[in-house]
Write a protein that binds this ligand. Structure first.
Ligand code: ADP
Ligand code: GLC
Length: 481
């Protein structure tokens, strides 16, 4: 049996702000349990819902030196769907209404504490990982610490580490003096070949330098981040480590996201009966959201964190033009105020055509995936993207920009060869996007049979974890030997 420990800042079903949580919560379920024991370690945030906290059991606790203090570290345990989760507890670090704070330094402190506590807790779990699989900047210090102070101890010697990049934009940067103080790492770790990055200390960079292997969540993103435009200042390092870097495309949980059994949607359907059944969900959503109730109207959905990553500048630029068309737009998301207000404004201006739902809701997200005809995701960059995979699964045709995982998972419609699962455009240009949306409108309104065949192909794609989980397994095998 090979032991793998995921360490991450979020994971379904305990805590989620985006796709990272979906991946951390679903991939371990789909790895072959006969050969791998994969467990997950998360912070025990006070904002985790009470019913999920009720599943956790106190295991043990200890005290750890951190930031010139001696701090309490509690360890709790829960088992969900056959996967064991560990939680690191210290309420002074993991309080607040959300996992991430608007004060970035607070997050640097929080996740430095988490990374050190996660490593320090391992000998007490009764589970020695062969590989620690770290996710994003919040766990970047783990490969660094593993290389540094923990090597002196027999328990840690030989443990390998993997750093998976879900989003290179977030790196955990702060001034060197503070990070040195916080982490207790010696001076020589803060040079440009280690944690230093453009005069600051960079936690993700530390992870990327010291991890034994690096992965990211699609092939195209693995290539893109070696270039300056997508590399976020680390493209040089990505090129230097390209031999240890690979892309493995994300999957989604096909049990959780299944139009045939989905508990959040009123009218269940599948790849055979969607022509009749799917539209009933649209009708119900139009009614619920106060849109014009008309089966024929093309409904376009967006479910997203509202940040510049997702291409909302393009949408803002052509929104008035788009709203002259015969379409409805349903948005679900929270995030930057400028985008929240932009959608609120258009909801006010085109009230029976646009519905802005500025909140977070698992139930509403499923309803949108199930009800819409098309799903818009014109991202500036997209490491993988799960929303378009959910849209494909629900027969909702994605309209995407050809970047990162969007490029790898959505095949552009080709009317001459009757191929394709969605619509796409190449440049980050608002009218190019509008051109794609209007092309989709023409097929939807004028060539319904063709449209339905796109849905047939979309629903026939397989982005369950099967293939990608096997790729992770191969990598684990190869690393452990
Ligand atoms: P990212 O991780 O960059 O946010 P992904 O497409 O990988 O993008 O994953 C986004 C996940 O978050 C999807 O599961 C999507 O359904 C969900 N999501 C985003 N915003 C909301 C929201 N407001 N309410 C419910 N789910 C949301
Ligand atoms: C990040 C990326 C997204 C990806 C997700 C899960 O949040 O923005 O593209 O799907 O992580 O890997």
């Amino acid at each position: 049996m090979k032991n793998i420990l995921f360490v991450a800042s979020e994971g379904v079903p305990f805590i989620k702000t985006g796709g990272l949580a979906d991946v951390v919560g679903s991939l371990p379920k789909y790895v072959d349990k006969e050969y791998f024991d994969i467990r997950v370690m998360l912070p025990k945030y006070t904002c985790i819902s009470q019913n999920m906290r009720d599943l956790m059991q106190y295991k043990t606790h200890f005290y750890m030196d951190f930031n010139w203090k001696n701090e309490y570290v509690g360890i709790l345990e829960a088992v969900v769907d056959g996967v064991t989760y560990y939680f690191i507890d210290n309420e002074s670090y993991f309080n607040g209404f959300k996992p991430y704070s608007s004060n970035f330094y607070e997050d640097i402190v929080k996740f430095s504490f988490f990374s050190k506590a996660a490593l320090s807790a391992m000998p007490l779990l009764g589970f020695r990982p062969d590989i620690i699989h770290c996710h994003d900047w919040q766990t970047g210090l783990i490969p660094v610490y593993l290389h540094e102070r923990f090597q002196g101890n027999d328990f840690y010697r030989g443990i390998k580490s993997i750093m998976t990049i879900h989003n290179l934009k977030f790196q955990g940067k702060w001034d060197i003096r503070s990070i040195k103080d916080l982490t207790g790492l010696p001076d020589f770790y803060f040079t440009p070949d280690k944690l230093e990055c453009y005069k600051d200390a960079n936690l993700l960079k530390g992870g990327l330098v010291f991890a034994d292997a690096i992965t990211t969540v699609s092939d195209t993103y693995a290539e893109e981040i070696k270039c300056a435009f997508y590399g976020e200042g680390l493209d040089g390092l990505m090129r230097a480590r390209s031999g240890d870097l690979r892309g493995i495309v994300n999957g989604i949980d096909y049990e959780e996201y299944n139009p045939e059994t989905d508990k959040y949607i009123e009218y269940k359907y599948n790849a055979v009966n969607f022509r009749k059944e799917k539209v009933k969900n649209k009708r119900a959503l139009q009614k619920e959201l106060g849109l014009v109730e008309d089966d024929r109207k093309m409904m376009i959905g967006i479910v997203s964190r509202l940040t510049d990553q997702k291409g909302f500048d393009l949408i803002a630029y052509v929104m008035d033009e788009l709203c002259q068309d015969d379409v409805q737009l349903v948005v679900l998301g929270t995030g930057e105020e400028q985008y929240e207000n932009m959608f609120r404004h258009f909801d006010w201006k085109y009230n029976n055509k646009v519905s802005a739902n500025i909140y977070y809701s698992e139930a509403m997200s499923h309803k949108i995936y199930a009800s819409c005809d098309a799903f818009l995701m014109p991202s500036l960059f997209e490491p993988c993207g799960l929303s378009q995979l959910m849209a494909l699964r629900y027969g909702t045709v994605p309209i995407v920009r050809e970047t990162g995982g969007l490029k790898d998972t959505v095949e552009a419609y080709n009317e001459y060869e009757s191929k394709g699962t969605g619509f796409s455009f190449c440049n980050y240009n608002a009218h190019e996007m509008l051109g794609s949306i209007r092309y989709a409108e023409r097929i939807y309104y004028d060539k319904k049979r063709e449209w339905n065949k796109i849905i047939d192909r979309a629903m026939a794609t397989d982005f369950s974890w099967g293939v990608s989980a096997r790729k992770y397994q191969e990598m684990y095998d190869w690393m452990i030997g």
